[in-house]
Design a binder for this molecule. Structure first.
Ligand code: HEC
Length: 273
Protein backbone atom coordinates (compact mmCIF):
# COMPACT_ATOMS: atom_id res chain seq x y z
CA UNK A 1 0.00 0.00 0.00
CA UNK A 2 1.47 3.36 -1.02
CA UNK A 3 -0.01 6.71 -0.10
CA UNK A 4 -0.41 8.89 -3.13
CA UNK A 5 2.08 11.61 -2.20
CA UNK A 6 1.55 13.92 -5.19
CA UNK A 7 -2.11 14.09 -4.43
CA UNK A 8 -1.39 14.82 -0.78
CA UNK A 9 1.11 17.52 -1.66
CA UNK A 10 -1.24 19.34 -4.04
CA UNK A 11 -3.94 19.24 -1.42
CA UNK A 12 -1.65 20.62 1.23
CA UNK A 13 -0.55 23.39 -1.09
CA UNK A 14 -4.14 24.32 -1.94
CA UNK A 15 -5.08 24.44 1.73
CA UNK A 16 -2.10 26.64 2.53
CA UNK A 17 -2.90 29.02 -0.31
CA UNK A 18 -6.48 29.25 0.93
CA UNK A 19 -5.29 29.85 4.47
CA UNK A 20 -2.91 32.58 3.35
CA UNK A 21 -5.42 34.47 1.24
CA UNK A 22 -8.60 34.17 3.33
CA UNK A 23 -7.78 36.31 6.38
CA UNK A 24 -6.08 38.84 4.13
CA UNK A 25 -9.10 39.37 1.97
CA UNK A 26 -11.33 39.54 5.04
CA UNK A 27 -9.13 42.28 6.48
CA UNK A 28 -9.18 44.25 3.24
CA UNK A 29 -12.96 44.24 3.14
CA UNK A 30 -14.27 47.74 3.79
CA UNK A 31 -17.73 48.10 5.24
CA UNK A 32 -19.77 49.50 2.38
CA UNK A 33 -21.71 52.66 3.02
CA UNK A 34 -24.84 51.34 1.42
CA UNK A 35 -24.75 48.38 3.79
CA UNK A 36 -24.67 50.95 6.56
CA UNK A 37 -28.21 52.18 6.49
CA UNK A 38 -29.58 49.24 4.50
CA UNK A 39 -33.16 48.60 5.42
CA UNK A 40 -33.37 51.49 7.87
CA UNK A 41 -36.21 53.94 7.55
CA UNK A 42 -34.80 57.40 6.92
CA UNK A 43 -37.33 59.02 9.28
CA UNK A 44 -36.50 56.69 12.17
CA UNK A 45 -39.98 55.14 12.50
CA UNK A 46 -38.37 51.69 12.83
CA UNK A 47 -35.51 52.71 15.16
CA UNK A 48 -36.15 49.84 17.58
CA UNK A 49 -35.11 47.34 14.92
CA UNK A 50 -31.87 49.08 13.90
CA UNK A 51 -28.85 46.83 14.04
CA UNK A 52 -25.25 47.97 14.09
CA UNK A 53 -23.77 44.94 12.25
CA UNK A 54 -20.25 45.93 13.29
CA UNK A 55 -17.32 43.58 12.83
CA UNK A 56 -14.75 43.61 15.59
CA UNK A 57 -12.14 41.90 13.36
CA UNK A 58 -12.27 44.92 11.04
CA UNK A 59 -9.22 46.60 12.59
CA UNK A 60 -9.44 49.73 10.41
CA UNK A 61 -12.96 50.34 11.66
CA UNK A 62 -11.96 49.81 15.31
CA UNK A 63 -9.07 52.26 14.78
CA UNK A 64 -11.46 54.88 13.41
CA UNK A 65 -13.73 54.18 16.38
CA UNK A 66 -10.83 54.76 18.79
CA UNK A 67 -10.16 58.10 17.13
CA UNK A 68 -13.89 59.00 17.38
CA UNK A 69 -13.88 58.06 21.05
CA UNK A 70 -10.87 60.23 21.79
CA UNK A 71 -12.33 63.22 19.90
CA UNK A 72 -15.96 63.03 20.98
CA UNK A 73 -16.40 60.90 24.11
CA UNK A 74 -13.27 61.00 26.24
CA UNK A 75 -14.04 64.52 27.44
CA UNK A 76 -16.61 62.86 29.70
CA UNK A 77 -16.14 59.07 29.58
CA UNK A 78 -13.29 56.74 30.57
CA UNK A 79 -12.36 53.23 29.54
CA UNK A 80 -10.67 52.61 32.83
CA UNK A 81 -9.85 48.91 32.37
CA UNK A 82 -7.68 49.40 29.32
CA UNK A 83 -4.23 50.93 28.99
CA UNK A 84 -3.15 53.00 25.99
CA UNK A 85 -0.30 50.59 25.29
CA UNK A 86 -2.70 47.66 25.06
CA UNK A 87 -4.90 49.62 22.68
CA UNK A 88 -1.87 50.42 20.51
CA UNK A 89 -0.70 46.82 20.43
CA UNK A 90 -4.15 45.34 19.71
CA UNK A 91 -4.94 47.79 16.94
CA UNK A 92 -1.46 47.91 15.41
CA UNK A 93 -1.07 51.64 16.06
CA UNK A 94 2.61 52.69 15.99
CA UNK A 95 3.91 54.16 19.28
CA UNK A 96 4.53 57.67 17.88
CA UNK A 97 1.05 57.89 16.35
CA UNK A 98 -0.46 56.64 19.61
CA UNK A 99 1.42 59.23 21.64
CA UNK A 100 0.81 62.12 19.24
CA UNK A 101 -2.76 61.55 18.14
CA UNK A 102 -4.55 59.63 20.87
CA UNK A 103 -2.90 59.86 24.29
CA UNK A 104 -3.72 63.16 26.04
CA UNK A 105 -0.68 65.40 26.59
CA UNK A 106 1.10 64.48 29.79
CA UNK A 107 -0.19 60.88 29.89
CA UNK A 108 2.03 57.83 29.37
CA UNK A 109 1.30 54.75 27.24
CA UNK A 110 1.09 52.68 30.42
CA UNK A 111 -1.70 54.89 31.79
CA UNK A 112 -5.32 53.81 31.69
CA UNK A 113 -7.72 55.49 29.27
CA UNK A 114 -9.22 58.04 31.63
CA UNK A 115 -11.28 61.16 31.12
CA UNK A 116 -9.85 64.39 32.40
CA UNK A 117 -13.23 65.50 33.67
CA UNK A 118 -13.35 65.39 37.47
CA UNK A 119 -16.33 63.33 38.66
CA UNK A 120 -17.41 66.16 40.98
CA UNK A 121 -17.69 68.63 38.09
CA UNK A 122 -19.55 66.11 35.95
CA UNK A 123 -22.01 65.54 38.76
CA UNK A 124 -22.57 69.29 39.07
CA UNK A 125 -22.97 69.84 35.32
CA UNK A 126 -25.01 66.82 34.28
CA UNK A 127 -26.52 65.72 37.58
CA UNK A 128 -24.83 62.39 36.95
CA UNK A 129 -21.33 61.09 36.50
CA UNK A 130 -20.92 59.83 32.91
CA UNK A 131 -20.49 56.06 33.23
CA UNK A 132 -17.24 54.27 32.40
CA UNK A 133 -17.61 52.73 28.93
CA UNK A 134 -15.28 49.73 29.38
CA UNK A 135 -18.08 47.21 29.67
CA UNK A 136 -20.92 49.21 28.17
CA UNK A 137 -21.14 47.19 24.94
CA UNK A 138 -21.57 44.02 26.94
CA UNK A 139 -23.89 45.55 29.52
CA UNK A 140 -26.28 47.18 27.07
CA UNK A 141 -25.66 45.39 23.79
CA UNK A 142 -24.17 46.78 20.60
CA UNK A 143 -27.48 47.51 18.88
CA UNK A 144 -28.57 49.46 21.95
CA UNK A 145 -25.50 51.71 21.64
CA UNK A 146 -26.11 52.21 17.93
CA UNK A 147 -29.75 53.14 18.55
CA UNK A 148 -28.76 55.38 21.49
CA UNK A 149 -26.28 57.39 19.39
CA UNK A 150 -28.78 57.77 16.54
CA UNK A 151 -31.94 58.77 18.38
CA UNK A 152 -31.02 62.08 20.05
CA UNK A 153 -33.52 64.81 19.27
CA UNK A 154 -34.09 68.46 20.11
CA UNK A 155 -36.14 68.93 23.28
CA UNK A 156 -36.26 72.41 24.77
CA UNK A 157 -37.82 71.12 27.99
CA UNK A 158 -34.58 69.36 28.86
CA UNK A 159 -31.69 71.14 30.53
CA UNK A 160 -29.29 69.88 27.84
CA UNK A 161 -31.68 70.88 25.05
CA UNK A 162 -31.77 67.26 23.90
CA UNK A 163 -33.60 64.05 24.60
CA UNK A 164 -33.21 60.46 23.44
CA UNK A 165 -35.55 57.66 22.41
CA UNK A 166 -33.37 54.82 23.68
CA UNK A 167 -32.74 56.49 27.06
CA UNK A 168 -35.58 58.97 27.62
CA UNK A 169 -34.66 62.04 29.73
CA UNK A 170 -30.98 61.12 29.42
CA UNK A 171 -28.48 63.44 31.11
CA UNK A 172 -26.08 63.07 28.18
CA UNK A 173 -26.05 66.07 25.81
CA UNK A 174 -26.40 65.50 22.06
CA UNK A 175 -22.63 65.63 21.59
CA UNK A 176 -22.66 64.43 17.98
CA UNK A 177 -25.22 66.94 16.66
CA UNK A 178 -22.47 68.86 14.88
CA UNK A 179 -21.88 65.73 12.76
CA UNK A 180 -25.39 64.33 12.50
CA UNK A 181 -27.35 67.57 12.42
CA UNK A 182 -30.40 68.35 14.54
CA UNK A 183 -33.72 66.56 14.35
CA UNK A 184 -37.11 66.89 15.95
CA UNK A 185 -39.22 64.00 17.17
CA UNK A 186 -42.86 63.91 16.15
CA UNK A 187 -45.13 62.04 18.55
CA UNK A 188 -48.59 60.65 17.91
CA UNK A 189 -51.34 61.05 20.47
CA UNK A 190 -52.75 57.56 20.98
CA UNK A 191 -56.07 57.49 22.80
CA UNK A 192 -57.32 54.49 24.64
CA UNK A 193 -60.49 54.10 26.61
CA UNK A 194 -59.79 52.95 30.16
CA UNK A 195 -61.96 50.56 32.16
CA UNK A 196 -64.06 53.31 33.68
CA UNK A 197 -64.72 54.78 30.23
CA UNK A 198 -62.17 57.59 30.66
CA UNK A 199 -59.89 58.43 27.75
CA UNK A 200 -56.15 57.91 28.29
CA UNK A 201 -53.65 59.70 26.13
CA UNK A 202 -50.19 58.33 25.45
CA UNK A 203 -47.58 59.94 23.26
CA UNK A 204 -46.02 57.42 20.94
CA UNK A 205 -43.00 58.26 18.79
CA UNK A 206 -43.87 58.48 15.13
CA UNK A 207 -40.92 59.83 13.18
CA UNK A 208 -38.02 62.28 13.08
CA UNK A 209 -37.97 65.51 11.12
CA UNK A 210 -34.68 67.17 10.18
CA UNK A 211 -34.16 70.63 11.69
CA UNK A 212 -30.60 71.43 10.56
CA UNK A 213 -28.06 69.38 8.60
CA UNK A 214 -24.76 68.28 10.12
CA UNK A 215 -21.29 67.95 8.64
CA UNK A 216 -21.86 64.32 7.63
CA UNK A 217 -24.40 62.73 5.32
CA UNK A 218 -26.76 60.21 6.96
CA UNK A 219 -24.73 57.31 5.51
CA UNK A 220 -21.46 58.81 6.74
CA UNK A 221 -22.96 59.38 10.17
CA UNK A 222 -24.09 55.73 10.31
CA UNK A 223 -20.52 54.66 9.52
CA UNK A 224 -19.19 57.00 12.19
CA UNK A 225 -21.53 55.50 14.80
CA UNK A 226 -20.81 51.96 13.61
CA UNK A 227 -17.04 52.51 13.99
CA UNK A 228 -17.54 54.02 17.44
CA UNK A 229 -19.69 51.11 18.60
CA UNK A 230 -17.18 48.72 17.03
CA UNK A 231 -14.48 50.29 19.20
CA UNK A 232 -16.63 50.01 22.34
CA UNK A 233 -17.36 46.40 21.41
CA UNK A 234 -13.62 45.74 21.12
CA UNK A 235 -12.91 47.58 24.41
CA UNK A 236 -15.50 45.51 26.26
CA UNK A 237 -13.48 42.39 25.44
CA UNK A 238 -10.06 43.30 24.03
CA UNK A 239 -9.08 39.68 23.39
CA UNK A 240 -12.00 38.95 21.10
CA UNK A 241 -10.42 40.25 17.90
CA UNK A 242 -7.35 38.05 18.34
CA UNK A 243 -9.47 35.12 19.47
CA UNK A 244 -11.73 35.34 16.44
CA UNK A 245 -8.90 35.50 13.94
CA UNK A 246 -7.26 32.54 15.69
CA UNK A 247 -10.60 30.76 15.34
CA UNK A 248 -10.37 31.05 11.59
CA UNK A 249 -7.00 29.31 11.57
CA UNK A 250 -8.33 26.56 13.81
CA UNK A 251 -11.23 25.94 11.44
CA UNK A 252 -8.87 25.90 8.44
CA UNK A 253 -6.60 23.45 10.23
CA UNK A 254 -9.55 21.19 11.01
CA UNK A 255 -10.69 21.30 7.39
CA UNK A 256 -7.22 20.40 6.19
CA UNK A 257 -6.95 17.65 8.77
CA UNK A 258 -10.32 16.18 7.80
CA UNK A 259 -9.29 16.19 4.19
CA UNK A 260 -5.99 14.43 4.99
CA UNK A 261 -7.75 11.81 7.10
CA UNK A 262 -10.17 11.20 4.30
CA UNK A 263 -7.30 10.78 1.80
CA UNK A 264 -5.64 8.30 4.17
CA UNK A 265 -8.81 6.33 4.54
CA UNK A 266 -9.20 6.20 0.77
CA UNK A 267 -5.63 4.91 0.43
CA UNK A 268 -5.97 2.26 3.10
CA UNK A 269 -9.24 0.95 1.78
CA UNK A 270 -8.24 1.03 -1.88
CA UNK A 271 -7.24 -2.61 -2.02
CA UNK A 272 -9.99 -3.94 0.19
CA UNK A 273 -12.73 -5.38 -1.93
C1 HEC B 1 -20.45 66.21 27.65
C2 HEC B 1 -20.25 64.96 28.30
C3 HEC B 1 -20.47 63.70 27.50
C4 HEC B 1 -19.88 63.37 26.31
C5 HEC B 1 -18.89 64.16 25.49
C6 HEC B 1 -20.35 62.04 25.99
N1 HEC B 1 -21.21 61.58 26.95
FE1 HEC B 1 -22.05 59.77 27.07
N2 HEC B 1 -22.94 60.25 28.80
C7 HEC B 1 -22.82 61.45 29.45
C8 HEC B 1 -23.65 61.44 30.63
C9 HEC B 1 -23.83 62.58 31.63
C10 HEC B 1 -24.27 60.17 30.69
C11 HEC B 1 -25.26 59.64 31.72
C12 HEC B 1 -26.60 59.65 31.03
C13 HEC B 1 -27.75 59.15 31.85
O1 HEC B 1 -27.58 58.19 32.61
O2 HEC B 1 -28.84 59.71 31.66
C14 HEC B 1 -23.78 59.44 29.52
C15 HEC B 1 -24.16 58.15 29.22
C16 HEC B 1 -23.67 57.42 28.16
C17 HEC B 1 -23.99 56.05 27.90
C18 HEC B 1 -24.85 55.13 28.75
C19 HEC B 1 -26.26 55.08 28.29
C20 HEC B 1 -27.06 54.20 29.18
O3 HEC B 1 -27.88 53.45 28.66
O4 HEC B 1 -26.89 54.24 30.41
C21 HEC B 1 -23.34 55.70 26.76
C22 HEC B 1 -23.36 54.35 26.06
C23 HEC B 1 -22.62 56.86 26.31
N3 HEC B 1 -22.83 57.89 27.18
C24 HEC B 1 -21.84 56.87 25.16
C25 HEC B 1 -21.15 58.00 24.74
C26 HEC B 1 -20.35 58.02 23.53
C27 HEC B 1 -20.14 56.84 22.60
C28 HEC B 1 -19.84 59.27 23.43
C29 HEC B 1 -18.97 59.80 22.33
C30 HEC B 1 -19.54 59.76 20.99
C31 HEC B 1 -20.31 60.02 24.59
N4 HEC B 1 -21.10 59.22 25.35
C32 HEC B 1 -19.97 61.36 24.84
C33 HEC B 1 -22.05 62.52 29.05
C34 HEC B 1 -21.29 62.57 27.91
Amino acid sequence: MRIDLTCLRTGLLLALVAAATLPGSARGAEPTESAAAAGENKDGADWKTWQVNNEVTDVASVQRGARNFVSYCMGCHSIKYERWSRLGADLGIPAEVLQKQLIPPGDKPTDYILTTMPAKDAEAWFGKVPPDLSLMARARGRDYLYQFLKTFYVDSTRQTGANNLRLPTTAMPDVLSELEGLKRAVFRDVQERGEGGEVNHTLVFDHFEPVAPGRLTPAQYDSFVRDTVNFLDYASEPTQAARRSLGLWVVLFLLLFTWLAWQMKREYWKDVH
